[in-house]
Design a protein around this ligand. Structure first.
Ligand SMILES: [Zn+2]
Length: 241
Protein backbone atom coordinates (compact mmCIF):
# COMPACT_ATOMS: atom_id res chain seq x y z
CA UNK A 1 0.00 0.00 0.00
CA UNK A 2 1.79 3.12 -1.25
CA UNK A 3 1.71 5.94 1.36
CA UNK A 4 3.92 8.38 -0.54
CA UNK A 5 6.97 8.34 -2.83
CA UNK A 6 9.23 7.11 -0.01
CA UNK A 7 7.07 4.75 2.05
CA UNK A 8 4.84 1.71 1.53
CA UNK A 9 2.82 -0.10 4.18
CA UNK A 10 3.56 -3.74 3.29
CA UNK A 11 2.32 -5.69 6.31
CA UNK A 12 0.11 -5.57 9.37
CA UNK A 13 -2.58 -7.75 10.89
CA UNK A 14 -5.82 -7.40 12.83
CA UNK A 15 -4.77 -4.27 14.72
CA UNK A 16 -3.73 -2.63 11.47
CA UNK A 17 -4.40 -2.89 7.74
CA UNK A 18 -4.93 -6.67 7.48
CA UNK A 19 -2.30 -6.95 4.76
CA UNK A 20 -0.49 -9.95 6.24
CA UNK A 21 -0.85 -12.45 9.09
CA UNK A 22 -3.39 -11.45 11.78
CA UNK A 23 -0.66 -11.37 14.45
CA UNK A 24 1.73 -9.07 12.54
CA UNK A 25 2.46 -5.54 13.66
CA UNK A 26 2.63 -3.00 10.84
CA UNK A 27 5.59 -3.42 8.49
CA UNK A 28 6.75 -0.44 6.42
CA UNK A 29 9.11 -0.26 3.44
CA UNK A 30 11.30 2.87 3.39
CA UNK A 31 12.96 3.86 0.10
CA UNK A 32 16.36 5.46 0.75
CA UNK A 33 19.58 6.06 -1.14
CA UNK A 34 20.80 2.84 -2.71
CA UNK A 35 17.85 0.69 -1.68
CA UNK A 36 15.06 0.15 0.81
CA UNK A 37 14.68 -0.82 4.45
CA UNK A 38 11.88 -2.58 6.26
CA UNK A 39 10.66 -1.18 9.57
CA UNK A 40 9.70 -4.14 11.78
CA UNK A 41 9.43 -7.75 10.71
CA UNK A 42 5.96 -9.05 11.67
CA UNK A 43 5.38 -12.20 13.69
CA UNK A 44 7.00 -14.65 11.28
CA UNK A 45 3.68 -16.46 10.77
CA UNK A 46 2.69 -16.91 7.09
CA UNK A 47 5.78 -14.95 6.20
CA UNK A 48 5.37 -15.74 2.48
CA UNK A 49 2.43 -13.32 2.32
CA UNK A 50 4.57 -10.51 3.73
CA UNK A 51 7.54 -11.38 1.51
CA UNK A 52 5.36 -11.23 -1.61
CA UNK A 53 4.18 -7.73 -0.66
CA UNK A 54 7.77 -6.67 0.04
CA UNK A 55 8.92 -7.93 -3.38
CA UNK A 56 6.10 -6.09 -5.10
CA UNK A 57 6.84 -2.83 -3.27
CA UNK A 58 10.58 -3.12 -3.93
CA UNK A 59 10.03 -3.26 -7.70
CA UNK A 60 13.64 -4.40 -8.18
CA UNK A 61 15.23 -2.07 -5.59
CA UNK A 62 17.74 -3.83 -3.32
CA UNK A 63 16.55 -4.56 0.23
CA UNK A 64 19.29 -3.22 2.53
CA UNK A 65 17.93 -4.63 5.78
CA UNK A 66 15.16 -4.68 8.36
CA UNK A 67 14.98 -2.43 11.42
CA UNK A 68 13.36 -3.72 14.61
CA UNK A 69 11.63 -1.44 17.14
CA UNK A 70 11.48 -3.94 20.03
CA UNK A 71 11.52 -7.64 20.77
CA UNK A 72 7.77 -8.27 21.18
CA UNK A 73 6.87 -11.12 18.84
CA UNK A 74 4.45 -9.18 16.61
CA UNK A 75 7.34 -6.85 15.66
CA UNK A 76 10.44 -9.04 15.89
CA UNK A 77 9.24 -12.63 15.41
CA UNK A 78 9.85 -12.42 11.67
CA UNK A 79 13.52 -11.45 12.01
CA UNK A 80 14.96 -14.98 11.72
CA UNK A 81 12.87 -15.75 8.64
CA UNK A 82 13.88 -12.53 6.92
CA UNK A 83 17.53 -13.20 7.79
CA UNK A 84 17.24 -16.69 6.28
CA UNK A 85 16.10 -14.87 3.13
CA UNK A 86 19.34 -12.85 3.16
CA UNK A 87 18.11 -9.69 4.92
CA UNK A 88 20.34 -7.93 7.48
CA UNK A 89 18.56 -7.30 10.80
CA UNK A 90 19.31 -4.17 12.86
CA UNK A 91 17.94 -3.51 16.36
CA UNK A 92 18.79 -1.49 19.46
CA UNK A 93 21.37 -3.22 21.71
CA UNK A 94 18.84 -4.63 24.20
CA UNK A 95 16.50 -5.83 21.45
CA UNK A 96 19.46 -7.42 19.67
CA UNK A 97 20.31 -9.43 22.80
CA UNK A 98 16.70 -10.56 23.19
CA UNK A 99 16.33 -11.65 19.55
CA UNK A 100 19.69 -13.47 19.61
CA UNK A 101 18.64 -15.55 22.63
CA UNK A 102 14.86 -15.74 21.96
CA UNK A 103 14.16 -16.82 25.55
CA UNK A 104 10.33 -16.89 25.80
CA UNK A 105 10.37 -15.64 29.41
CA UNK A 106 12.65 -12.66 28.67
CA UNK A 107 10.69 -11.83 25.53
CA UNK A 108 7.44 -11.61 27.51
CA UNK A 109 6.17 -14.37 25.24
CA UNK A 110 5.39 -16.88 27.99
CA UNK A 111 2.93 -14.43 29.58
CA UNK A 112 1.56 -13.35 26.18
CA UNK A 113 0.93 -16.99 25.17
CA UNK A 114 -0.83 -17.60 28.50
CA UNK A 115 -3.01 -14.55 27.81
CA UNK A 116 -3.91 -15.91 24.37
CA UNK A 117 -2.25 -13.01 22.54
CA UNK A 118 -0.51 -15.45 20.15
CA UNK A 119 -1.77 -18.78 18.80
CA UNK A 120 -0.96 -21.87 20.89
CA UNK A 121 2.35 -23.37 19.84
CA UNK A 122 3.74 -20.09 18.48
CA UNK A 123 7.53 -20.07 18.56
CA UNK A 124 9.90 -17.10 18.31
CA UNK A 125 12.90 -18.24 16.25
CA UNK A 126 16.25 -16.90 17.53
CA UNK A 127 18.56 -15.02 15.18
CA UNK A 128 22.13 -14.67 16.48
CA UNK A 129 23.32 -12.31 13.73
CA UNK A 130 21.36 -9.17 14.73
CA UNK A 131 23.40 -5.97 14.26
CA UNK A 132 23.20 -3.01 16.64
CA UNK A 133 22.79 0.54 15.22
CA UNK A 134 26.50 1.16 15.94
CA UNK A 135 27.51 -1.99 14.05
CA UNK A 136 25.27 -1.03 11.11
CA UNK A 137 26.34 2.64 11.06
CA UNK A 138 22.82 3.81 11.92
CA UNK A 139 23.45 6.01 14.96
CA UNK A 140 23.26 9.18 12.86
CA UNK A 141 22.42 10.22 9.30
CA UNK A 142 19.22 10.02 7.23
CA UNK A 143 18.28 6.71 8.88
CA UNK A 144 18.98 6.51 12.59
CA UNK A 145 17.95 4.84 15.83
CA UNK A 146 16.26 6.89 18.57
CA UNK A 147 16.28 5.02 21.91
CA UNK A 148 12.71 5.20 23.27
CA UNK A 149 12.22 2.92 26.31
CA UNK A 150 8.86 2.88 28.09
CA UNK A 151 6.46 0.47 26.37
CA UNK A 152 9.35 -1.93 26.93
CA UNK A 153 12.90 -1.33 28.18
CA UNK A 154 14.42 -2.24 24.81
CA UNK A 155 12.24 -0.01 22.60
CA UNK A 156 13.84 1.98 19.76
CA UNK A 157 12.11 4.31 17.29
CA UNK A 158 13.67 4.76 13.86
CA UNK A 159 13.96 8.15 12.15
CA UNK A 160 14.18 8.28 8.37
CA UNK A 161 14.54 11.45 6.28
CA UNK A 162 13.82 11.50 2.54
CA UNK A 163 12.77 14.33 0.21
CA UNK A 164 12.80 16.82 3.09
CA UNK A 165 10.31 14.77 5.13
CA UNK A 166 11.22 13.09 8.42
CA UNK A 167 9.39 9.84 9.17
CA UNK A 168 9.32 8.28 12.66
CA UNK A 169 8.76 4.53 12.85
CA UNK A 170 7.32 4.51 16.35
CA UNK A 171 6.62 0.80 16.92
CA UNK A 172 4.58 0.56 20.13
CA UNK A 173 5.78 3.93 21.52
CA UNK A 174 2.95 6.03 20.07
CA UNK A 175 -0.15 5.54 17.91
CA UNK A 176 -2.40 8.00 16.09
CA UNK A 177 -4.30 10.51 18.26
CA UNK A 178 -1.60 10.25 20.94
CA UNK A 179 -2.52 6.80 22.18
CA UNK A 180 -0.07 4.46 23.91
CA UNK A 181 0.16 0.85 25.10
CA UNK A 182 1.53 0.08 28.55
CA UNK A 183 1.70 -3.70 28.95
CA UNK A 184 0.56 -4.80 32.41
CA UNK A 185 3.37 -7.30 32.71
CA UNK A 186 7.02 -7.05 31.79
CA UNK A 187 9.33 -4.06 31.78
CA UNK A 188 6.97 -1.18 30.92
CA UNK A 189 7.91 2.15 32.58
CA UNK A 190 5.52 5.08 32.31
CA UNK A 191 8.05 7.79 33.22
CA UNK A 192 10.53 6.41 30.70
CA UNK A 193 7.71 6.46 28.12
CA UNK A 194 7.03 10.14 28.83
CA UNK A 195 10.73 11.04 28.41
CA UNK A 196 10.82 9.03 25.17
CA UNK A 197 7.84 11.00 23.83
CA UNK A 198 9.68 14.23 24.67
CA UNK A 199 12.70 12.91 22.77
CA UNK A 200 10.44 12.05 19.81
CA UNK A 201 8.92 15.56 19.84
CA UNK A 202 12.41 17.08 19.86
CA UNK A 203 13.28 15.09 16.72
CA UNK A 204 10.43 16.99 14.95
CA UNK A 205 9.13 14.21 12.70
CA UNK A 206 6.56 15.10 10.01
CA UNK A 207 5.09 11.61 9.65
CA UNK A 208 4.39 8.87 12.23
CA UNK A 209 4.54 5.25 11.12
CA UNK A 210 3.21 3.36 14.17
CA UNK A 211 3.40 -0.38 14.77
CA UNK A 212 -0.40 -0.79 14.71
CA UNK A 213 -3.35 1.17 13.39
CA UNK A 214 -3.25 4.14 11.05
CA UNK A 215 -0.15 5.88 9.72
CA UNK A 216 -0.13 9.65 10.30
CA UNK A 217 1.04 11.33 7.08
CA UNK A 218 1.07 14.95 8.31
CA UNK A 219 1.00 17.05 11.49
CA UNK A 220 2.85 14.43 13.54
CA UNK A 221 3.56 16.94 16.31
CA UNK A 222 -0.18 17.27 17.08
CA UNK A 223 -0.39 13.53 17.76
CA UNK A 224 2.73 13.59 19.97
CA UNK A 225 1.30 16.59 21.87
CA UNK A 226 -1.97 14.74 22.51
CA UNK A 227 -0.02 12.21 24.58
CA UNK A 228 2.29 14.71 26.30
CA UNK A 229 -0.55 17.06 27.26
CA UNK A 230 -2.29 14.15 29.05
CA UNK A 231 0.87 13.63 31.11
CA UNK A 232 0.99 17.37 31.87
CA UNK A 233 -2.58 17.13 33.23
CA UNK A 234 -1.53 14.25 35.48
CA UNK A 235 -3.36 11.67 33.40
CA UNK A 236 -2.20 8.78 31.25
CA UNK A 237 -2.64 9.17 27.49
CA UNK A 238 -5.46 7.05 26.01
CA UNK A 239 -4.72 3.39 25.37
CA UNK A 240 -4.53 2.08 21.80
CA UNK A 241 -6.31 -1.12 22.84
ZN1 LIG B 1 5.07 -4.23 22.02
Amino acid sequence: MRLDAAVDLVGGGRLGPGLSNAYDGNVYLLRGDGGAWLADTGSGLDQGVLLARVEEALGGLPLLGALVTHAHADHAGGAAGLAANGTAIVAGPLTAELVRAADPGQLGLTAALRAGIYPAGYRFAPYPGVLTPAEAGLEEGPLRALPTPGHSADHTAWLFTAGGTTYACTGDLLFSRGRIVLPGAGDADVQALRRSLERLRAARPDVLLPGHGTPVMSDATWHIEQALSAFELGRLPGSFH
